[in-house]
Design a protein around this ligand. Sequence first.
Ligand code: ADE
Length: 232
Amino acid sequence: MRIDIITGLPALLESPLNDSIVKRSQTKGIVTIAVHDLRDYSDSKHRNIDDYAFGGGAGMVMSPEPIARCIDALSEKRRYDAVIYTTPDGATFDQKRANRLSTKENIIILCGHYKGVDQRIRDKYITSELSIGDYVLSGGELAAAVITDAVVRLLPGVLNDETSALTDTFQDDLLAPPVYTRPAEWRGMEVPPVLISGNGPAIEEWRMEKAMERTKIRRPDLWEKFNQQGDS
Ligand code: ADE
């Protein structure tokens, strides 16, 4: 898979993309992530990438030309399956969208900034607009890092234990059950005995029970969805 991220603030993406699992997946050659500095596509003397909003009002708008040049240059090299724009008014990113994106070959993520991008870029190039939640960040870079991380960890070969992404919270509309590690007794608190019983089916049953219990209490919306699965 290849992910091209277009941003006016490339430094914001350095650490999230160059550490831990995302870094390892690049080193292993499972994913190529390229960050493109929008200012390199500006033809203004000061490498500007924004301008005043027509009609007035506070806040700058990202200019269309540098973005179009960057997307055009990338599209000359390969075909893109999705051109995503990170914006608080987009559809909410969730595990299902992460799963879907992880099956794509080449994607572009355009990071929004200021008051957003000129609408004509959205109309002409963007295939999906994604928000990572109902709050406003200073820019779309952190959202792009979140989306990239959630997608990359799903790619085959990224996680050591191939099945571990399948047991993630949300993967089957349930929150994950509690987990424990050594020591079995810690400061007077004991690990649930079933987990050290060696009884595989009983452990699975306990985990399912706890996952359902947690979901019911913490996320009634997911619980409802989980229960509807069997009905359709
Ligand atoms: N840019 C600013 N806030 C955002 C959000 N919540 N999601 C995606 N992009 C954003």
